[in-house]
Design a protein around this ligand. Structure first.
Ligand SMILES: NC(=O)c1ccc[n+]([C@@H]2O[C@H](COP(=O)([O-])OP(=O)(O)OC[C@H]3O[C@@H](n4cnc5c(N)ncnc54)[C@H](O)[C@@H]3O)[C@@H](O)[C@H]2O)c1
Ligand SMILES: Nc1ncnc2c1ncn2CC[C@H](O)C(=O)O
Length: 470
């Protein structure tokens, strides 16, 4: 790692030029972010914003980061998954002077130490300087700050029950010892958090319901132009990309199982079917199960799927969806991976005592006592970023335009939001979509006043009621 006590920890600063070259190409595919730089560059709405960012350190995220900086923000950034960093993107950010702490393949200990680094805004001449915004993906950064403040208010930390929690507790205790009172001040100074993903949003609603959310939050995931695009079309492109890079397996003719038929499961099932696989789905929700059936997917239980499927993908946001028992019952050389945010979906640790052989980074061959073998991808962490480069730039532009608008909303309207979870208003959702039409050559039709009146919407939109489902 390239450290030397600089205010970044990355793999190799010499990758910066390569990163910069790919960022330049990505910018041509991210019209929403580039339009926001045009629109807000002069007025600098994020001047004074000190954003602690925890989001996969990819080329696409680098374009988001430099958009936030172009609008006046200062950043400190870490990735939100130990396998998702693209080292050349991290190098380009460090070379651009943005404190970045991310290495592809970092350990859990390093991951949580880096979360501490992005919260440490203190300097020689201002020990009390803290962040005043969080941009989160999955909720790890928010949890670190909140638990720090809660421990300093006298609450007992939970007993860690796995490797991840052990490192979280260790890193948090070290931070609290080094900087007593600092996270309490941080939480007090935070104007809000914008959360990228479904699992992180679930955690925020849970906190709000418990009355333990001490600042406003914007749920970016449930902007239509985020989850109905990134989660759906992003996974449709990046899932099979990852499976192919990790295994070179032929998809055509194979039988695949996707656990969960939400936005990610829908995109994932489509991805596999387009590759020529016959796809089965498992679901708990009768509505999503009915959708899957009517889309032509067989809906089965995992107990049934393990007998018949060659490829398994979890997309539920839940835990223990594929158990050790399930894996023991799978066909020889079955491929098992997860595209959900956390690695809770597959019982990876239950395989610890079996023989693991790393074929290449991201692809492990596990041999069971009876000699049966399976391939585990990205050690059960999200496979599209662990074994490939995640979603392409264009769809991430839609997600990250929402992120940027959410940061502006929270930072420039601190009094407007209570300590609760909000989604962006529909006119901004439609604005994000509109910013991405020209790139695809879309020609939009304009309503006449008569038509607008007939369907009861303003000529300029919003074109749908809040209860509309896209
Ligand atoms: N890898 C990526 O690029 C990426 C992108 C977006 C979201 N995500 C993550 O993917 C996960 C899913 O996101 P989503 O937006 O599709 O969520 P979602 O809530 O829309 O869908 C999850 C589905 O899983 C089903 N489910 C829950 N438990 C199940 C179980 N035990 N068996 C079968 N089905 C079950 C639910 O009924 C639901 O329909 C989340 O963790 C999210 O954060 C990852
Ligand atoms: N290319 C990507 N850059 C950053 N994050 C990415 C990329 N592809 C998928 N993701 C995951 C974020 C996604 O919005 C989520 O909800 O998890």
């Amino acid at each position: 790692a390239d450290t030397l006590n600089r205010d970044y920890v990355i793999k190799d600063i010499n990758l910066a030029e390569f990163g910069r070259d790919e960022i330049a190409i990505a910018e041509t595919e991210m019209p929403g972010l580039m339009a926001l730089r045009e629109e807000y560059g002069a007025s600098q709405p994020l001047k004074g914003a000190r954003i602690t960012g925890s989001l996969h350190m990819t080329i696409q995220t680098a374009v988001l980061m430099e958009t936030l900086v172009a609008l006046g923000a200062e950043l400190r950034w870490a990735t939100c998954n130990i396998f998702s960093t693209q080292d050349h993107a991290a190098a380009a950010m460090a070379a651009a002077g943005i404190p970045t702490f991310a290495i592809k393949g970092e350990t859990l200990a390093e991951y949580w130490d880096y979360v501490g680094r992005i919260f440490d805004w203190s300097s020689e001449d201002d020990q009390d300087r803290t962040c005043n915004m969080i941009l989160d993906d999955g909720g790890d950064a928010t949890m670190f700050a909140l638990w720090g403040a809660r421990v300093e208010a006298g609450e007992d930390l939970f007993e860690p029950s796995n490797a991840e929690e052990i490192e979280f507790v260790r890193a948090l205790k070290a931070f609290l010892k080094a900087k007593p009172g600092y996270l309490t001040a941080t939480v007090r100074n935070i104007k809000g958090v914008s959360e990228e993903t479904t699992t992180g949003v679930h955690r925020l609603y849970h906190l709000a319901k418990q009355g333990k959310l001490p600042f406003p939050a914007i749920n970016v995931n449930d902007s239509v132009t985020k989850s109905k695009f990134d989660n759906l079309y992003g996974c449709k492109e990046s899932l099979v990309d990852a499976i192919r890079r990790a295994t070179d397996t032929m998809l055509a003719g194979k039988v695949a199982c996707v656990a969960g038929f939400g936005d990610v499961g829908k995109g994932s099932a489509d991805s596999l079917r387009n590759g020529g696989a016959r796809v089965m789905v498992t679901e708990i929700d009768p509505i999503c199960a009915l959708q899957a059936a009517m889309e032509g997917y067989e809906v089965v239980t995992m107990e049934e799927a393990v007998k018949r499927c060659d490829i398994f993908v979890t997309a539920t946001g839940n835990e223990d969806v594929i158990t050790a028992e399930h894996m023991k019952a799978m066909k020889n050389m079955a491929i098992v991976c997860n595209i959900g945010h956390f690695d809770s979906e597959i019982q990876i640790s239950a395989l610890d005592n079996y023989d693991w052989k790393e074929i290449k980074p991201g692809t492990d061959l596990v041999t069971f006592p009876d000699g049966k073998q399976i391939l585990i991808l990205a050690k059960g962490r999200l496979v599209n970023l662990g074994c490939a480069t995640g979603h392409p730039s264009f769809v991430m532009s839609s997600s990250f335009t929402n992120q940027t608008l959410a940061q502006i909303e929270l930072f420039t309207n601190p009094g407007q939001y209570k300590n609760d979870v909000y989604v962006l208003p529909k006119h901004l959702d439609e604005k994000v979509a509109a910013l991405h039409l020209e790139k695809l050559g879309v020609k939009l039709t304009t309503l006449s006043k008569r038509q607008a009146d007939y369907i009861g919407v303003p000529v300029e939109g919003p074109f749908k009621p809040d209860h509309y489902r896209y």
